[in-house]
Design a protein around this ligand. Sequence first.
Ligand code: CAA
Length: 380
Amino acid sequence: MDFKLSEEQLLIKEAARDFAKNELLPGVIERDEKQEFPKEQVKKMAELGFLGMMTSPEYGGSGMDTISYVMVMEEISKIDASCSVIVSVNNSLVCWGLENYGTEEQKKKYLTRLASGEIIGAFCLSEPEAGSDATSQKTTAIEKDGHYIINGTKNWITNGGTADVYLVIAQTHPEKKHKGINAFILEKGMPGFEIGPKEQKLGIRGSDTHSLIFNDVKVPKENRIGEDGFGFKFAMKTLAGGRIGIAAQALGIASGAYELAKEYSKVRKSFGTEICNHQAIAFKLADMHTQIEAARHLVLKAAWDKDNGHDYDLSGAMAKLYASQVAMDTAIEAVQIHGGNGYVKEYHVERLMRDAKITQIYEGTSEIQKVVISRGLLAE
Ligand code: CAA
């Protein structure tokens, strides 16, 4: 077993850490307060190659491995999880899906601009009645004269208002159930494609979440991804990798909260000494650090599985399930260690606590991860 990271991986981690500290930290509280999309910061992430990290340079990406990607996700999430979800969706769900299943024309037309960060993408699976139960797609895509006509509504779409390219999952042949689902590439501005109001969220408030409405949107046949009926498999395969990204986001939120709590405990005094000298606090730090380290190993193992051609459905689901619980627990304890200061915005931990919650919900709730894990185990 080799736990050593390569020089290149360490350099990229350091670059992400510096970027997060210098470019994301200033203004992170205000962006959260105002629900402001981090437009300038996304531009800088594009310049650093963070928006198409695993995409081949042939299509505008950085050609890095999943280990580098999860380390960048961790570093960005320590400071600003609203930015890291943009990185995660663009990399794991949009670019990876297009690179692996798109046609050459689709890659040239869309992937190159998405991976370079010139534009960003959105992944549109969830519906008002199809969240966890993702096979129950009500959005329809009916084939007509060399086109598909799309009707329906999608909910809680990350990058919903700011994306230019949307991968939309829709039902073409209802009688075939999930085998009749397709995935399509839609562009902002297509007639009949309407962006609904922005959601007012508990956390990751800088990220731009919308519902989307499709009224007879005419999509060329060549914008379908894969064979007829491949859409549900496309979504599942793409989400399996996406879950590694969200696990890394959760890990970053946990590490960010832990680091703040540790530093605070070394300067805040009570009963005549720094609070880290009280076992009540020191033991909390010991638990937090141990759990974060365990989560990090699960995240890196899942990334390693993906990089080495092993199955990563299970390892990715386990990483997400565990890391998101650690994010929630650690952020709550970080607020507790900060006491009254933990409850006010300037100390950052209350935001991390709010941000942590979504990691247990999106890209498959914790309950869905347990479905994936238990089915995988029982199928062995
Ligand atoms: N890879 C390939 N195929 C897969 C797969 C995988 N990882 N997982 C499932 N499938 C296939 C199955 O093999 C099956 O195909 P066949 O019939 O041909 O064998 C098909 O998909 C249906 O699978 P199931 O019978 O297991 O379907 P199910 O309805 O019982 O359960 C589920 C499926 C795992 C619960 C799935 O619906 C699921 O993952 N739900 C959660 C959805 C989700 O994660 N949503 C996130 C929204 S996106 C988001 O959050 C992005 C964002 O903005 C941050």
